[in-house]
Design a protein around this ligand. Structure first.
Ligand SMILES: *Cc1c(COP(=O)(O)O)cnc(C)c1O
Length: 369
């Protein structure tokens, strides 16, 4: 079969001819990085789009995690989820912090708030949850626990661009939230990311941290890093922001069709929209019950690949299984039964703005037969 390859994602690219005029302007201005015109403009535009007061742009989505931990002076132990992209836990490791894994809620794949308290020790200083697949965590319950024990909360919101609960931005929750604008995400600046906070002083500190700690020409206030976004990607980001709503709506239509056509496939389950939530349809995970479906997850995954349909086993393996982390006592599989069950049954189906009706049909056909 020579059907065209269907990939799990495809980057949202702004029209090239529109981008040229931005490039010409940058060439004219000869200001390429260090809080330039487009950098400031994109921070403003994102604050408005995402309904948050303060955003600091970064050159990727991992440095804001690392810098959030620095800015809040987190140390000791941090409670987090094994069901995420490795960058979540790596950011703790880079700060010399011990990750403590807590199991997930199988309904949402997010950290189970009811299991957090049992993992708190005198060394615990923060909780780092992830809004997995853009599905909002139970931020109220997590905040209650954090307040009770005096813990900070940093959300890895890399999947949650534009997600709102009751009209309120999800990335406004906790002490800070981080975003990724990597090429594979709903909204991209090729590589890029951001850190969201609630007050000007914190934003100032973050801006110092991402620029080597420079407060002015001759003053270095902290051991900062270089996390700055350049003008070219900031301009690209301003342009892409104009197209992201359309892209999310295209994803929404695909999610509606996947759900309609896969609803009665025995052994296949998926997540529904949550009441009062504006979703971004960043991923479409399905979960394979091998006994009912008559095939294991991996059998289906490789069968799809043979037909040139590339899903992704996302998140498999769990972060807690990687060599850096598997020696931790909280990485014991007995501590993480739901995370293991979901990681061993998940396939994220192809999901992006540019999938054609035929291509969506081919994906559905693979899962159905
Ligand atoms: C993509 C992603 C990141 C890291 O983002 P980069 O921009 O690739 O550095 C962090 N956490 C999660 C959950 C992600 O999906």
């Amino acid at each position: 079969m020579s059907d065209k390859q269907i990939t799990v994602t495809s980057p949202l690219l702004p029209p090239l001819d529109e981008f040229f005029s931005y490039l010409e302007d940058i060439w004219d201005k000869k200001w390429l990085t260090n809080n330039g015109y487009y950098h400031q403009e994109l921070e403003r535009a994102l604050c408005e789009y995402l309904k948050v007061p303060y955003i600091s742009l970064f050159t990727n989505g991992t440095l804001p995690l690392i810098c959030a931990l620095q800015a809040l002076r987190i140390s000791g132990e941090v409670i987090t989820t094994p069901y995420s992209f490795v960058a979540t836990t790596h950011s703790l490791w880079w700060n010399g912090i011990k990750p403590v894994f807590v199991d997930i809620d199988p309904q949402t794949c997010n950290i189970d708030p009811d299991k957090i308290e049992a993992a708190i020790t005198p060394k615990t200083t923060a909780i780092m949850p992830v809004h997995v697949y853009g599905k909002p965590c139970n931020t109220e319950k997590i905040q209650e626990i954090a307040d009770k024990y005096g813990l900070k909360v940093i959300y890895d919101a890399a999947h949650a661009f534009g997600v709102e609960v009751g009209g309120k931005s999800i990335i406004d929750a906790g002490d800070m939230s981080t975003l990724s604008f990597h090429a594979t995400k709903v909204y991209n600046t090729i590589e890029g990311g951001a850190l969201v906070c609630h007050d000007e002083k914190t934003k100032q500190r973050i801006d110092y941290l991402k620029n080597f700690g420079f407060a002015d020409e001759t003053t270095v206030v902290a051991p900062g890093i270089n996390g700055k976004m350049d003008e070219i990607r900031a301009a690209y980001g301003i342009l892409n922001l104009k197209y992201v709503d359309r892209a999310i709506e295209a994803r929404h239509q695909i999610a509606i069709r996947y759900r309609r056509e896969l609803r009665n496939v025995s052994g296949i389950s998926f997540m529904e929209d949550m009441p009062g939530v504006k979703h971004n349809y960043s991923y479409f995970p399905i979960f394979v019950n091998a006994e009912q479906y008559g095939m294991t997850r991996d059998e289906l995954y490789f069968k799809m690949r043979e037909a040139n349909v590339f899903g992704r086993r996302y998140f498999y393996p769990l972060i807690s299984e990687f060599s850096t982390y598997r020696g931790l006592s909280s990485a014991n599989p007995e501590n993480l039964p739901n995370a293991y069950r979901m990681a061993n049954s998940v396939i994220c189906l192809p999901m992006h703005h540019a999938l054609s009706k035929d291509e969506v049909g081919r994906v559905i056909e693979q899962v159905k037969k």
